[in-house]
Ligand binder design. Structure first.
Ligand code: GKR
Ligand code: MG
Length: 437
């Protein structure tokens, strides 16, 4: 069998080989509602980069990551160095990505609106290539990515309904279908809409927007409306230790976990020792380097994994092993994303038994027609998504939709996510402050 056959086997061996022949990095934009958070408000468009890795035999793999221009430049550089690398050799893929970043200053282009900024640069760039290579491997071998990650332990993945304070619409535009949510009643109404549509069985409120007591009142209103529903709040680290302890005591009877009440490992450790609630994070434990100090300080109980900054699916499995060893639990973090990321999140959660909380997703906030994958595979029903069983990630690229969303990227003029400047363009007095309360 030739080296370039679609089965991709080396002559005379059983070792699959899929040399990478080309890498495309395509920036895209999709409409995003005015969701409020501690650093400002979502802009009218969210940016993503779609990474298409082509390998011998005409097979291609898909990855998705942040769309900030600095990140795009790094993806391009890494992509060039990957030509000729075997998509089955993830160690070599990681080494080449690392090599591409040797001269990188390592600043800017996080794609997370200035919120999660201490992640590993290499892991952030590697992630989309790791996912795309696993997609290739799955397609060559005829198995879903969950099989490559050790095998599915569940056939559906639970997600939580991700509630946001929001304006009725972007300034100057018509109100969107979700309407305004700026107080407890608005959040309860939003939760009803989420649950009616998607059947979520857990809810998370993005906090850090209003004074903590108002946000606690919103959680209490959710508790009164949905008895027994697991609830979480995430103020993205803008509370002082004192405020976090006060809020923690108030919400002890109500919350499943408290997410990033404070920013640092030390501050979260102080809060955790004073309250009777699990602390979760996607802000103070965001790379492998953060694990030893966080474990030593007993700072957190739950790590919200995110393959986009933990180096992809393979390295997220490494995180899962470490979490099991040190008795940490795992949930999953999300940023505004499209279907390729969603498929990767689902394959990972399907194969990782200790991701056993309902995961976060921004999926409901995106218009169904705004995606680069063919529709119909990833549907949230009863709060869960069935794990695709087709080879690879189980989703297919829609070339026309990709072209449309790329045009949208060119037309919208945004080059990086910047929730703060957008907020200041509407409310010039808005100041970035952490802790704020
Ligand atoms: O989309 O505004 C947002 C979120 O606040 C996001 O940027 C966070 O990274 O969802 C995230 C979180 O849990 O911190
Ligand atoms: Mg969070």
């Amino acid at each position: 069998m030739s080296e370039h056959s679609s089965a991709g086997l080396l002559p005379g061996t059983n070792a699959p080989r899929s040399p990478i022949t080309a890498v495309q990095v395509v920036p895209v934009a999709f409409a995003d509602p005015p969701l409020l958070n501690s650093v400002g408000v979502h802009e009218p468009f969210a940016l993503r980069a779609i990474v298409i890795v082509h390998a011998s035999g005409g097979v291609h793999g898909l990855g998705e990551t942040y769309g900030d221009s600095a990140h795009l430049a790094r993806l391009e550089r890494a992509g060039k160095l990957l030509i000729g690398t075997d998509a089955f050799n993830l160690n070599q893929v990681a080494a080449r990505v690392e090599q591409s970043l040797v001269d990188d200053a390592g600043t800017g282009g996080h794609g997370t609106g200035g919120m999660v900024t201490t992640t590993s640069l290499t892991d952030r760039v590697l992630s989309a290539f790791d996912v795309a290579c696993l997609d290739i491997q799955g397609k060559v071998l005829g198995v879903p990515v969950s099989t490559l990650l050790g095998g599915a332990v569940r056939d559906a993945v639970d997600f939580s309904g991700y509630l946001f304070y929001k304006w009725a619409g972007h300034p100057g535009a018509e109100p969107d279908a979700w309407g305004e949510a700026l107080d407890p009643a608005g959040i309860v109404a939003q939760a009803h809409r989420m649950i009616d549509r998607y059947g979520f069985t857990a809810l998370k409120l993005k906090g850090g927007v209003f004074v903590p007591d108002q946000e606690a009142a919103a959680i209490e209103a959710l508790r009164a409306e949905f008895p027994g529903m697991p609830l979480r709040i995430d103020p993205n680290g803008v509370w002082t230790v004192e405020t976090a302890i006060r809020m923690g005591h108030r919400l002890e009877p109500v919350l499943e976990y408290l997410e990033d009440p404070c920013l640092s490992i030390a501050d979260n450790a102080a809060v955790r020792s004073a309250i009777n609630l699990p602390i979760a994070t996607n802000m103070c434990v965001v790379s492998f380097n953060d694990l030893p100090p966080a474990i030593e300080a007993h700072a957190v109980d739950v790590v919200l994994s995110d393959h986009h900054f933990w180096g992809g699916l393979s390295r997220s499995r490494l995180l899962a092993g470490i979490a099991r060893t040190f008795d940490l639990r795992l949930s999953m973090h999300s940023n505004s994303h499209l279907g390729i990321s969603f498929a990767a999140m689902i394959q990972l959660a399907a194969a990782t038994s200790n991701i056993d909380y309902a995961c976060d997703t921004h999926w409901p906030w995106k218009r169904a027609e705004d995606d680069v994958i063919r529709p119909g595979v990833l549907e949230i029903r009863d709060g869960a998504v069935k794990v695709p069983t087709a080879p690879g990630l189980g989703v297919e690229l829609d070339e026309q939709a990709l072209a449309r969303l790329h045009q949208q990227y060119l037309d919208c003029g945004l080059k990086k996510r910047d929730d703060t400047s957008y907020m200041q363009s509407i409310h010039p007095e808005f100041e970035l402050k952490s802790p704020r309360w």
